[in-house]
Design a binder for this molecule. Sequence first.
Ligand SMILES: NC(=O)C1=CN([C@@H]2O[C@H](COP(=O)(O)OP(=O)(O)OC[C@H]3O[C@@H](n4cnc5c(N)ncnc54)[C@H](OP(=O)(O)O)[C@@H]3O)[C@@H](O)[C@H]2O)C=CC1
Ligand SMILES: O=C(O)[C@@H]1CCC=N1
Length: 270
Amino acid sequence: MRIAVLGSGTIGTALVRAALSSGHRVIGTGRSERTLERVKSLGAEATRNNEEAIASSELVVVSVKPQHFPEMVSSVSSDLWIGRTVVSVMAGVRLETLRRIMRGAEVFRAMPNVNSTVGKSATALTGEGERRGEVDSLFRTVGVTYWVQEELMDVWTALVGSGPAFVSELVDGLVLGAVASGMSRELAYSAVLDMLEGTIANLRAHRGHPLELRDNVTTPAGTTIAGLKVMERRLVKSAMMETIEAASRRAARLGKVIDEKISREISERK
Ligand SMILES: NC(=O)C1=CN([C@@H]2O[C@H](COP(=O)(O)OP(=O)(O)OC[C@H]3O[C@@H](n4cnc5c(N)ncnc54)[C@H](OP(=O)(O)O)[C@@H]3O)[C@@H](O)[C@H]2O)C=CC1
Ligand SMILES: O=C(O)[C@@H]1CCC=N1
């Protein structure tokens, strides 16, 4: 299949690489010379011209930032979308918005995460169309896929899309705590990553509630309960809940703002 990736940045580049590795012909777009050179170095074609990329492809991935989407689509003739399959990875942007601007295309949304760069994304997919299987295959090349109702895309974006940033913050906090207690940063970082991998394996093996694992670790009057008391006092769990809710609300808001811009764009075209 011929695949176009519009916006070959962090996520776009991972998808260019994935599509090439599955034997597809790929054309990636970008604005800067640096982006275009990176796409070429992977073995794909590269162009600044989104129309050229769309016209020559059956499957089109839209991986520009949501804020750049209205400007990007305004430079594309609306006829070009007819008969294409389009997959947007943009946070917040609704299927309804995409369908309105891409008349005649079958439209999907995907929400991967930055772990797609190491083949370990968990990607939510939504939408309907004949190329559902091909869309699923593309994202399975960068990790695992889950088909979900569109209503869940904003919270998925918060939990899984933004999640690696939140976990990185937590990792940094743990490392700094160890540094404050006299461990070198290098050793602490390596130890935290191993501890996380082990914890994930343990949680997956036991399949129960995560608090069962917590209680297995927590010796009466031991070290863990001393730390847990601080986490309780500092409302760490409450902060995590609010973090996901805030990010999810932001995705919803972003979708609304982009929808309004696209509506204005369509009425100006008429
Ligand atoms: N980063 C993440 O972890 C995740 C991001 N997403 C979503 O993926 C999308 C991309 O994010 P990310 O990869 O981080 O962003 P990047 O900024 O890394 O990539 C965006 C790319 O779009 C290109 N671009 C901008 N405008 C145009 C245009 N008019 N025509 C062609 N190319 C254009 C930029 O090119 P240039 O650099 O040359 O200007 C850049 O390479 C976003 O919509 C985001 O919501 C989804 C899940 C996770
Ligand atoms: O921060 C963002 O908006 C994007 C979406 C998911 C991850 N990064």
